[in-house]
Design a protein around this ligand. Structure first.
Ligand code: CU
Length: 324
């Protein structure tokens, strides 16, 4: 701010600012009573603090919607500091807030999330079809909204045409999108369940115990090199996953997982740490969801820990897979 007048503001006198940020139905008023260093005629100072009762904070505003906002600063509104031309005491300017790409995605995810909890599967399939007309980021935002908003307790019947579409979409998906789609399709009973009496596949059933941060199975044994399918059921109110690691890697994996609590992408990574000790991992299993994790048992006999890597769970939510 520059003193445009011909009068010095002496040191020790508070230079009061009234700041208004307004537009798009939003009005934010701020008062700054922090500058007491004086302001000579023609001098420029930067004032970045506002007052809030006895506290001060940074001047910071953000528009909730894209568009034009008016930013007005009135210096010495009560005119207690002598100034010949009061018009010098007002600064008005316009600020434009653009909708950023990430904000558009955020809004899209949020809108879809609140909508799908009551939507039918065929409506959700239509969302996905429309999402494919968008760019990759738009598609990701919509799939994220669906996977977060879907009510996994709901039992649904999916039309054959939709099943075909979803299977094709899944085959073309990778990474977090594949996880999200798999989770939805398992909940919709689309993904083919392996025959539980297939002699070539050993099925192991594991459940999370409600409110205990524990698996109901502390140990199981598999044959080296054989196909194993873990059916992991989560009747708990929170998410869990199941990660199998190399022998003696429990603590290393657990500590790496705990660090992911501060990773903004931790949940997208299913809280599975990116360390070579991880052999097989499921995605995060939602409450009331059952997933299947299929893998080939290690060729080497040994004790392989399995663990939930949701931060904070690993110390008790673990077990041992014995390979022989
Ligand atoms: Cu857990």
């Amino acid at each position: 701010m520059r003193n445009q007048g011909g009068v010095d503001v002496p040191k020790g006198v508070v230079l009061p600012l009234n700041i208004r940020f307004a537009g798009k139905g939003q009005v934010i008023d701020m008062v700054s009573l922090v500058h007491t260093e004086g302001l000579k005629a023609g001098e420029t100072v930067t004032i970045t603090k506002v007052s809030n009762g006895p506290w001060t904070g940074n001047i910071s505003v953000s528009g909730e919607q894209a568009g034009e906002y008016n930013f007005t600063v009135v210096v010495d509104k009560a005119n207690t500091i002598v100034e010949g031309n009061e018009a010098n005491n007002i600064l008005a300017t316009k600020i434009n807030f653009a909708l950023s790409q990430s904000m558009a995605q955020y809004v899209l995810t949020k809108a879809i999330r609140s909508n799908v909890s009551l939507a039918t599967v065929s409506a959700v399939v239509d969302y996905l079809k429309n999402a494919q007309k968008l760019d990759a980021e738009g598609f990701n935002a919509i799939l994220k909204g669906i996977s977060e908003g879907w009510n996994y307790r709901k039992k649904v019947t999916v039309a054959d045409a939709d099943k075909t579409y979803l299977n094709t979409l899944l085959a073309a998906s990778t990474g977090v999108n594949k996880d999200r789609l798999t989770r939805l399709m398992q909940a919709w009973d689309i993904l083919k369940k392996q025959e539980e009496n297939d002699p070539n596949v050993q099925t192991v059933k594991i459940k999370a115990i409600r409110e205990m941060l524990q698996f109901d199975l502390k140990t199981f044994t598999v044959k080296a090199g054989k196909t194993v399918e873990i059916v992991f059921e989560n009747p708990d109110a929170m998410q869990h996953n199941l990660v199998i690691g190399k022998p003696k890697s429990l603590e290393k994996i657990g500590k790496a997982a705990d660090k992911m609590i501060t990773d903004p992408d931790g949940a997208d990574k299913n809280y599975v740490p990116d360390v070579p000790d991880v052999l097989f991992s499921s995605f995060l299993v939602n409450p009331d969801q059952t997933i299947r994790l299929r893998f080939t048992a290690p060729a080497k006999a040994g004790l392989y820990p399995y663990v939930c890597t949701f931060p904070g769970h690993w110390r008790i939510m673990n077990g041992v897979m014995k390979v022989e």
